[in-house]
Design a protein around this ligand. Structure first.
Ligand code: ADP
Ligand code: ADP
Ligand code: MG
Length: 664
């Protein structure tokens, strides 16, 4: 085994790899950009090397600087993590040429699987079913349109070099094809520097199921069963699990055998994933799955496989890269229980999943059971330069029962509600609603589930009454004579007999009254009555009660006139009216500014155009996503201050509006 490893990545994945390295006695070396000088992965490493400016293209994507850092720090091996350079065959080759150990597949295997058309040819030759479609060299619009008609609508246009859900367009009829093609090409060129596409049949009610494979340098090759990653938003994974709901032994055998065939065709070594799109319109079938692509790296969702197999995949990566044989044979790898992973991101689901950057003012996972792979801690900042993944939560249930998956979902939802993160907005409330969604709970997963239920999944308002009660209780307790928050064993509600509050919450007025009725309390929120029993709290800021017979709790953070309450992962701000507030009034602004640094992808308006409130004006590309910036009010565009393709700073003016009368 090598004695030192450099991780060419950041955040959660770097911390994850360091954990195994430490356990194996391998010295850890981090690299960091200007934005990450004090980051958690830097703090946790034995040594850290600065590699450049904040922009990934100046640091985490600079293979030359990373290899120089490895040399300078005396690293024997490089682990690329995922994203960044992990699937770059030239980087893998450069690492090997520099005399270092590359912890990943061979450059040849990465290259063979790097393009979706070539990968599908290899799979087809290996006898693995592939989605019907066009993968030819000719790329003119006429050929592609004809190909789409031959395949039959609806189809998907996909960037040959695509990844992370980018460069994909769904087309439902021939009339829409040309525009979709152009837009897919533009995105593909910008994101991957390659505008070639393939055309594929769109599978109805699809599921995404993938198989983890592992090979060594001695011809050893095994699979580690499947993961279901069907819960997606815009073709990006949100929640993943293992095993797949409804999987049968026969279908599993067929999918795993096919994955091994693909891997064998490229003499695969180290960790890899074979992805399939699956017909989810009925029970899983042996003839109902098709090869999509192979990801030649460790994946974000590898922990669910670790949970159900009891293996450490990073340890396997190290051993295989060092030349050892696979630690276990296929027969020795077994599947136990059910595991679910949820990706916790700094984003605001209720605002179109807009990324939320800035300092993490609170981070506490102490009362959360289960595994958390985090890339940040209290005091760290979410940077606009990278993706928004903060941490992953992994729940594993091992007691076999027909209700196991349901109980794992419920358990994961409960634990996520205990994770305390403040500062940037997170998607935790959304994740909890996904986990508790009736169809998901029943295992009826498919890739459209989130889109079909979007309105209810992003809406945290069902928790608002409980949050308002919690805010009132916290205030009542804070004003009682003894300071019950200081009691070591928690407090019990024991103050006045009637009190009323008037809060402002998200622009609305909320009225709460609490009336004591012997041991119980009656609360009313905006006139609706609730019965409270068993009211209590602790000094960590948690307040709990049975509200109408159901146990509910909330975390309270009081700062002056503002009370922040978290209930089930949703955050609410309650302010006492009249108190001074730091933020501006709600008057709709005349200016559309960049909420974060990024690149102007498209401009959907021009000077002089009349626009309606909510109409998309500019698409900004930032943090690996596209964000639509909409008109804050009705008006006329006075000025478009940027051009397509421009790089803009946070706060940069993009579009200025004037009132319809001013424009006249
Ligand atoms: P996976 O297929 O492993 O689940 P995704 O496709 O969801 O990964 O992720 C999209 C891309 O973003 C991948 O290339 C992934 O490696 C990358 N990515 C996700 N999180 C991070 C991170 N914290 N740092 C760097 N890259 C990341
Ligand atoms: P990427 O490299 O961006 O991950 P994939 O080819 O893996 O691209 O596709 C991303 C996602 O899009 C899949 O996980 C799946 O949900 C969906 N998808 C891909 N191909 C099809 C298809 N032919 N029919 C239906 N859905 C598909
Ligand atoms: Mg994929």
């Amino acid at each position: 085994m090598f004695a030192s490893v450099l991780v060419a990545n950041r955040a959660e994945i770097a911390c994850r790899i360091f954990r195994t390295a430490r356990a194996m006695g391998v010295r850890t070396i981090a690299v960091y950009s200007d934005a990450d000088a004090k980051a958690k992965h830097v703090r946790e490493a034995d040594e850290a090397v600065h590699i450049g400016q904040a922009a990934a293209s100046e640091s985490y994507l600079r293979g030359d600087k990373i290899i120089a850092a490895a040399k300078a720090a005396g690293a024997e091996a490089i682990h690329p993590g995922y994203g960044f350079l992990s699937e770059n065959p030239d980087f893998a080759q450069a690492v090997i040429d520099a005399g270092l150990i590359w912890i990943g597949p061979t450059p040849a295997a990465i290259r063979a699987m790097g393009l979706k058309d070539e990968a599908k040819r290899i799979a087809e030759e290996a006898g693995v079913p592939v989605v019907p479609g066009y993968r030819g060299e000719a790329q003119d619009a006429k050929t592609l349109t004809k190909a789409a008609k031959d395949v039959g609508f609806p189809v998907l246009i996909k960037a040959v070099a695509g990844g992370g859900g980018r460069g994909i367009r769904e087309v439902n009829s021939a009339g829409d094809f040309a525009a979709a093609l152009e837009s897919a090409r533009r995105e593909a060129q910008a994101a991957f520097g390659d505008d070639r596409v393939i055309v594929e049949k769109l599978i109805a009610r699809p599921r995404h199921i993938e198989v983890q494979v592992f090979g060594d340098k001695h011809g050893g090759l095994v699979h580690m069963f499947e993961r279901d990653c069907s819960l997606q938003r815009r073709r990006q994974k949100v929640i993943e699990e293992a095993p797949a709901p409804g999987m049968t032994e026969a279908v599993r055998a067929a999918m795993c055998e096919a994955a091994l065939k693909v891997a064998r065709a490229v003499q695969y070594e180290n960790a890899g994933t074979v992805e399939y799109v699956v017909d989810g319109s009925g029970p899983l079938r042996e003839d109902g799955f098709w090869f999509l692509e192979m990801n030649t790296r460790l994946q974000v969702e590898h922990p669910v496989t670790e949970a159900v197999t009891g293996l450490d995949l990073v340890e396997w990566q190290f051993r295989v890269a060092a030349g050892e044989r696979l630690p276990k044979t296929q027969e020795e790898i077994t599947l136990s229980g059910h595991a679910i992973e949820a990706r916790i991101c700094a984003e605001d689901p209720s605002e179109g999943f807009r990324p939320s950057v800035g300092r993490i003012t609170r981070y506490d996972a102490q009362s959360v059971a289960g595994r958390i792979d985090a890339g940040f801690d209290r005091g760290d900042a979410i940077s606009p330069f990278y993706d928004s993944l903060v941490a992953k939560y992994i729940e594993h249930g091992s007691k076999e029962s027909p209700r196991l998956r349901r109980s794992v979902c419920t358990m994961a939802a409960a634990q996520l509600g205990r994770l305390e993160i403040d500062g940037p907005t997170t998607n935790i409330g959304f994740l909890i609603r996904c986990l508790m969604n009736e169809a998901f709970h029943e295992g009826h997963v498919h890739t459209g589930l989130i889109a079909d239920n979007l309105a209810e999944l992003v809406d945290g308002s069902i928790n608002r009454s409980v949050a308002a009660i919690v805010a009132a209780l916290a205030d009542a307790v804070a004003h009682s004579e003894s300071n019950p928050w200081d009691a070591k064993d928690g407090w019990r509600m024991n103050c006045g007999t009637r009190a009323a509050w008037r809060f402002e919450c998200g622009g609305d007025h909320v009225e709460v009254t609490l009336v004591r009725d012997r041991d119980a309390w009656r609360a009313s929120v905006d006139g609706a009555a609730h019965r409270l029993t068993g009211v209590g709290g602790n000094r960590a800021g948690w307040v709990w009660a049975e509200v109408d017979g159901a146990y509910r709790d909330g975390l309270v953070i009081r700062e002056g006139a503002r009370t922040t309450v978290f209930v089930n992962g949703d955050r609410f701000f309650f302010e006492t009216p009249g108190a001074s507030r730091e933020h501006a009034d709600g008057a709709a602004s005349d200016e559309v500014k960049a909420p974060l640094p990024g690149k102007v992808a498209t401009i959907a308006t021009r000077a002089g155009a009349a626009v309606r409130k909510g109409e998309p004006l500019v698409t900004l590309e930032a943090m690996k996503m596209e964000h639509q910036l909409k008109a804050p009010r009705d008006g006329v565009v006075a000025d478009v201050a940027v051009e397509e393709g421009a790089q803009v700073k946070e706060g940069a003016l993009l579009v200025r509006l004037v009132g319809e009368d001013e424009a006249a």
